[in-house]
Write a protein of this length. Structure first.
Length: 328
């Protein structure tokens, strides 16, 4: 009937129209699990930072203090740790919650974690492992107890507190573990053997634990800075003076150059060093990204050294690094 009432060309066009074949509705049962997981993740990610408890170690100065204050300003509930009462008092005056922590002492780690659990009700969003120090000196000049002390703080204590944090995070099905490593955990330099070895060890543990935590909702990220303007070099110089016997060392001539580098008198560090805020920026990315990276490089030298490690022959890289280390 309709065709009779329409002009001829419209009627012909209607005759050419084929009925639309409806496709069956997709079966969402196979994707329901992933949809639910993304909904939970978005809910967690959208939480107010004030509800995100983050434990930061090594906050007495430099990078650690910057991270603690920066995250606190961003709205996170930060619990900052340090060894000395004076440093804890200064952080408290700046509005940051504090706890005493000595990574060389298991009892101190236990006490700290008991307090963290009590304060947070067992709800911990993130752990930022920043506490570390550098012990300079040629490898052959390192006494066993000196090398052991480097590992007690940078590796053993750091991994112990990480392992005590994970049981709090597992029931939540989420959590961020961020290690402040170093580009010297990927590239070695002369007279920094103890520190390099400790950071290589931390990298190995972090890479392994990231695989082991796959599917748990917990992530492990490494921040790998190059030179950063802080008191780190001053502390390294103190460790050098305290533990390395220069008299009689085969490397005595090189130690003069090393002392200048640690004191910042070599004229090279200002051109390459960045402020601690550069590390804070990468920590925030590791905490807030939907899909945090395994590694974040900080400073141009860190990118360059990582790239050179991949492409240069070992002998060529050694010559470059020896010169950068101040070897004669």
């Amino acid at each position: 009937m309709v065709r009779v009432l329409l002009p001829h060309k419209w009627a012909a066009a209607l005759e050419m129209v084929q009925p639309i074949e409806r496709k069956p509705s997709p079966d969402f049962s196979s994707t329901r699990k992933w949809t639910t997981l993304w909904w939970v993740f978005d809910m967690i990610h959208g939480m107010s930072n004030a509800l995100k408890n983050v434990l930061v170690t090594g906050c007495s100065s430099g990078i650690g203090r910057c991270i603690a204050l920066g995250l606190n300003q961003a709205g996170y509930r930060v619990i900052a740790t340090a060894r000395k009462e004076q440093d804890l008092g200064e952080l408290s005056e700046l509005g940051v919650e504090t706890l005493a922590l000595e990574l060389r002492d298991t009892r101190s780690i236990q006490s700290c974690m008991a307090a963290v659990t009590e304060r947070t009700g067992g709800q911990l969003f993130g752990l930022v492992n920043n506490a570390a120090f550098a012990q300079p000196g040629a490898v052959e000049d390192l006494r066993r107890e000196v090398l052991r002390d480097q590992f007690e703080v940078n590796v053993f204590g750091t991994q112990e507190i990480t392992n005590r944090v994970i049981p709090l995070m597992r029931p939540q099905n989420y959590g961020r573990i961020v290690h402040i490593g170093s580009i010297l955990g990927r590239v070695s330099m002369a007279f920094r053997g103890a520190y390099c070895a400790s950071k290589y060890a931390l990298e190995g543990l972090a890479d392994t634990q990231r695989q082991e935590l796959q599917g748990s909702g917990l992530s492990v990220s490494l921040i790998e800075p190059g030179p950063i303007s802080s008191q780190f070099r001053d502390n390294a110089m103190s460790a050098f003076d305290r533990n390395i016997v220069v008299t009689g060392s085969a490397h005595r001539g090189n130690y003069d150059e090393l002392s200048q580098i640690l004191a910042g008198g070599d004229g090279r560090s200002p051109a390459f060093a960045k402020r601690p805020e550069a590390v804070l920026s990468k920590v925030k990315k590791a905490l807030e990204s939907h899909s945090p990276k395994a590694r974040y490089y900080v400073t141009t030298p860190a990118y360059l050294m990582a790239g050179m490690k991949r492409v240069l022959p070992t002998g060529v890289l050694d010559r470059i690094l020896r010169r950068a280390s101040g070897m004669r």
